[in-house]
Design a protein around this ligand. Structure first.
Ligand code: NAP
Length: 462
């Protein structure tokens, strides 16, 4: 006999694990369905919004306005937020399933890919993720130290995260101080001695992963000037063909912006942004053998091989040295496994069939996934909307076969969390924290001053 899930007598109860864009779009899609739905959103951190809060650059505040949409979704009847609850640690998936008929994992991609080269772990070699989370006031990263006393920094990778990292390093304090950048980062950046930032890509200017708007910004900074050697912009035949293809208009725009940078007068700005292509880091070394601190990176020159649109980089054996005291690897995020779920280690995702969690042998009934942990770290915030909708569509198709949970009650899950001594943050509490952050920011002319620890957030609620 089919179950009654989704009716007024027995609403469909869905737990969403992760409160970033894909989690909120999954909730929205569930509420838009014709079913009666209850959503419990579980977030490891006390505050919601995932990468919108802790990933989007502080000086790109317009992008963060999307949280207004998420607030509206959170205001829907049947929505509950459980911040500061880690699934796989505070609660097992098995425990969660007792209160929810289905679970959607939208935990994103928190970790980084590795280069796998000698010297990668020297002091001064960091992942972009660490730096981004640090300047965005992520509680797990607030105590990180970055030695900004060196003059030259290398950023490996040319995606938009690399652009964010480089831009934050290149901007003046005046350009940053009105944003919601964490105060500890602003204080450290105020002492920065950095003069050169090198953004290094393994392929050529026709393949760079950044968006045109991101690269263009480097031509508009107060005290930093882009420096591009025309030799960097030489194209092989396949790359010329790529740029002539009208479907590649965005790459052509990037190329034109870079060409414009070649003739920018160097003037007397303090900082320079170098954009370099066809180079891969081969090894990192300290300046003196006895030191464990990064001093230089060896870059191998690459050539491009393959058909237009599928060109890959191949090392030529020719190496050059770049002195740098700080290096950020910005070569893509990867997801981390959740206890009790299958994990595709190579791709860093939860294996799935269009959102249904599945390993090579079977589908895991009642378990779903959406966002970066489903498809890998690609696309912009809006890309997650159709992705979450696809997952929810399959969940609703499966609804009549779902095994209804034993204890369909919010009081019961709240009771268990209390019994386990898990101090969860509700959405009403988050709104108070949110208001306090905005008020704190106003005192110093910032859009917001984030609290960077659970204790600070809890003190607002006392
Ligand atoms: P990404 O766009 O995938 O860029 C990764 C970069 O790392 C590429 O340049 C890639 O080069 C390079 N790379 C990968 N493996 C490498 C290796 N072994 N050695 C050297 N280079 C390597 O990733 P992302 O920058 O982390 O961004 C993730 C997603 O978030 C993207 O979709 C991005 O657009 C989005 N995002 C958007 C914004 C915004 O809209 N403002 C801001 C931040 C992030 P190849 O091209 O050769 O693979």
């Amino acid at each position: 006999m089919p179950n009654e899930l989704g009716t007024n007598q027995r609403p469909l109860r869905v737990a969403i694990v992760g409160s970033g864009p894909s989690g909120f779009y999954a909730a929205e899609s569930l509420f838009k369905s014709e079913n009666n739905v209850i959503v419990g959103m579980f977030e490891r951190l006390p505050a919601p919004y995932g990468l919108v809060r802790y990933g989007v650059a502080p000086d790109h505040d317009k992008i963060k306005n999307v949280t207004k949409v998420y607030e509206k979704i959170a205001a829907r009847e049947g929505f509950s937020f459980f911040g500061n609850v880690e699934i796989g640690k505070d609660l097992t998936i098995h425990q969660l399933r007792k209160f929810y008929d289905a679970v959607i994992f939208t935990s994103g991609a928190e970790a980084d890919r590795k280069l796998g080269i000698e010297g990668e772990d020297l002091v001064g070699s960091h992942t972009a993720t660490e730096f981004v989370a640090w300047y965005n006031g992520h509680p797990d990263y607030r105590d990180r130290q970055f030695d900004l006393s060196c003059e030259s920094v290398a950023v490996i990778g040319q995606g938009n995260v690399a652009m964010d990292v480089a831009r934050i390093l290149c901007k003046t304090i005046d350009e940053l101080k009105k944003t919601d950048i964490a105060q500890h980062a602003l204080d450290a950046l105020a002492e920065s001695k950095i003069k050169e930032v090198h953004i290094i890509g393994r392929r050529g200017p026709a393949q760079a992963a950044f968006s045109s708007s991101e690269i263009k910004e480097f031509g508009e900074l107060e005290d930093c000037v882009p420096a591009v050697d025309p030799k960097e912009l030489e194209l092989n035949y396949a790359s010329q063909t790529e740029l002539e293809d009208t479907s590649n208009a965005a790459k052509k725009k990037n190329f034109d912006i870079l060409k414009g940078f070649v003739s920018v007068p160097q003037g007397n700005k303090q900082k320079k942004l170098f954009v370099q292509f066809r180079r891969s880091p081969a090894a990192m070394y300290p300046l003196e053998k006895s030191s464990n601190k990064l001093g230089k990176v060896y870059l191998e020159r690459n050539e491009l091989i393959g058909e237009p649109g599928q060109q890959k980089s191949r090392g030529t054996g020719e190496k050059e040295e770049l002195k740098c005291g700080l290096l950020f690897r910005s070569i893509g995020y990867r997801g981390i496994p959740i206890k009790g779920l299958p994990f595709h280690d190579q791709w860093g995702i939860i294996p799935n069939q269009e959102g249904r969690v599945a390993d090579s042998e079977h589908i895991f009934p009642g378990l779903y996934t959406a966002g970066w942990i489903k498809r890998g770290p690609s696309g912009v915030i809006g890309t997650n909307k159709p992705d979450s909708e696809e997952t929810v569509k399959h969940l609703l198709e499966d609804m009549s076969d779902l095994n209804p949970c034993k204890n369909p009650s919010d009081e019961a899950i709240i009771g268990l969390l209390k019994e386990l001594n898990v101090r969860f943050i509700s959405f009403e509490e988050w709104k108070k924290i949110d208001a306090a952050e905005i008020a704190r920011g106003q005192e110093s002319g910032k859009s917001r001053e984030k609290f960077v620890s659970l204790d600070e957030m809890l003190s607002v609620l006392e």
